[in-house]
Unconditional design. Structure first.
Ligand SMILES: [Zn+2]
Length: 144
C-alpha cells in the first residue's frame, strides 16, 4: 500500500509509515480515485500534452537538421524543444501523481499551473531575444 502522507510504499497491514503517519486511520477509508474533469485533466497532462509536444519536437528536429544545430536558429530551436520536453515531463510526473490520488500531486500542481504559461510565454519570446527573428522566418518558410 501507499502512504497517503508521503507517498512511500509501505508493507500491507502496517500501522505506521516511516514518516510517522498513522495508516490505521487512512485504511479505514476506501482509496479515492480521480474522476470527472480531474480525470480528463490528468489524461491531458499524462497522455495528450506529451503526445503533442513529442510531435512538435520531431517536427522541430527535422527543421534543426535542415538549418544546422550549431547555428543560432538551431540553438534557439533546440533550447525551445528541450524546455518543452522538460515541462511536459514535469506534467507527466505531476499528472500521474494526481491520477493516483497522491497528495504530492495536489501540492505540485499549483506551482506547475503558474509556471506552465509563464515558461511558454518565455519560450515564445525566445526568438525575439536573439537578433535573428528574420532568419527564423526564412527558415520556417523553407520548412513549411
Ligand atoms: Zn508516509
Amino acid at each position: 500500500m501507499t502512504c497517503p502522507q508521503c507517498g512511500r510504499e509501505v508493507a500491507d497491514g502496517s500501522r505506521f509509515c516511516f514518516c510517522g503517519h498513522n495508516l490505521a486511520v487512512a485504511t479505514s477509508r476506501p482509496p479515492e480515485g480521480v474522476g470527472g474533469w480531474l480525470l480528463f485533466f490528468c489524461v491531458q497532462l499524462v497522455i495528450l500534452a506529451p503526445g503533442f509536444v513529442l510531435m512538435n519536437v520531431l517536427t522541430t528536429a527535422a527543421l534543426i537538421s535542415k538549418v544546422g544545430a550549431m547555428t543560432p536558429i538551431g540553438v534557439c530551436l533546440s533550447v525551445d524543444s528541450i524546455a518543452r520536453l522538460l515541462i511536459a515531463g514535469a506534467g507527466v510526473y505531476i499528472g500521474s501523481l494526481l491520477w493516483r490520488g497522491q497528495r504530492t500531486g495536489v501540492t505540485l500542481i499549483r506551482p506547475y499551473l503558474i509556471a506552465f504559461p509563464a515558461l511558454h510565454l518565455l519560450l515564445a519570446c525566445l526568438p525575439f531575444v536573439f537578433p535573428f527573428a528574420r532568419d527564423i522566418q526564412v527558415a520556417l518558410k523553407l520548412h513549411w
